[in-house]
Each structure stands twice: as C-alpha cells, then as structure tokens.
Design a binder for this molecule. Structure first.
Ligand code: ZN
Ligand code: ZN
Ligand code: ZN
Length: 142
C-alpha cells in the first residue's frame, strides 16, 4: 500500500476527515524514524498552515490513538506514530523511549516494554513513561 493510501485508510479508521493538513502531517511523521515536535512539523510542512491548526491536529491525533507523546522538554512535546492501533483515549503502546544526547532526537524502542512497577497504595498511576538518555544508532555510526 502506498503512503497516501495508507494515510487515507488510517484517517478513515479513526473517523477523521481527510484534510490537506492532516495528510501532510502524517506523511512527515512517516518520513522520520524519530519523534517530532510541533515546531519541527511546522518547519517540514510544504503548505503553510497556521500554528493553531498544527497544534490542534497533533492533539487530536493523540486523542485518536494515531500519535503518542514520546518525550517532553523545553522544546515542547515530541510526538511519534503509534505502531499499532491504539484504542481512542487509551494508548497501549507503553514502550521505552531513547533520547539521544548528541542529536537530541527521541526514538521509540517499541520492542522494549516498560517494566511493571508497583505503585504505592496511596497513589494512582495515570501515565507512565520510561526514558533512556543515550546515543542513537545514526550518531554512533558517525
Ligand atoms: Zn498509541
Ligand atoms: Zn543521535
Ligand atoms: Zn514511542
């Protein structure tokens, strides 16, 4: 299946209308093997869309289980594509993320699941994230 078709199917399965901004943004995410911030997405867009549209679309993709939050720092939230169908509102892709100290990109380590942690009785865990700081493959190769 080509990318365009794949994206259209993805939007359809999440009951989202095919808009040029949505299609272009998903193409950008599919082109990169690391997570992207809103600012990066905006800089890669060929057609100019207002920032509000981009931010709104990112959070709607997150809500619909298309993207998940991979990391968050002073540059904002970085989003990555969900590797499988996440049910709406609940992301089931709880894997480890690696932040590269050299290029500062965030990568999904999809095969490495977050280990089960017993939370103290007093607390309720709502969102669990697990991040490793290290050096990514492409920086290691250079
Ligand atoms: Zn997800
Ligand atoms: Zn790197
Ligand atoms: Zn991820």
């Amino acid at each position: 299946m080509d990318t365009q078709k794949h994206i259209e199917e993805l939007l359809k399965s999440h009951k989202l209308k095919k808009t040029s901004a949505r299609i272009e943004m998903l193409k950008i995410f599919m082109n990169y093997n690391h997570a992207l911030s809103a600012r990066e997405v905006i800089s890669y867009m060929k057609i100019a869309h207002d920032r509000v549209t981009i931010y709104r679309t990112l959070s709607s993709f997150e809500k619909h289980g298309i993207l998940h939050k991979a990391s968050e720092d002073s540059n904002g939230i970085r989003y990555a594509l969900c590797s499988h169908e996440c049910p709406e509102e609940v992301h089931t892709d709880e894997h480890v993320h690696l932040i590269c100290e050299k290029c500062s990109h965030t990568y999904c380590l999809e095969d490495i699941k977050i280990p089960k942690i017993d939370v103290l009785e007093k607390f309720i865990a709502q969102k669990i994230s697990y991040t490793i700081n290290g050096i990514c493959n492409s920086c290691l190769a250079n």
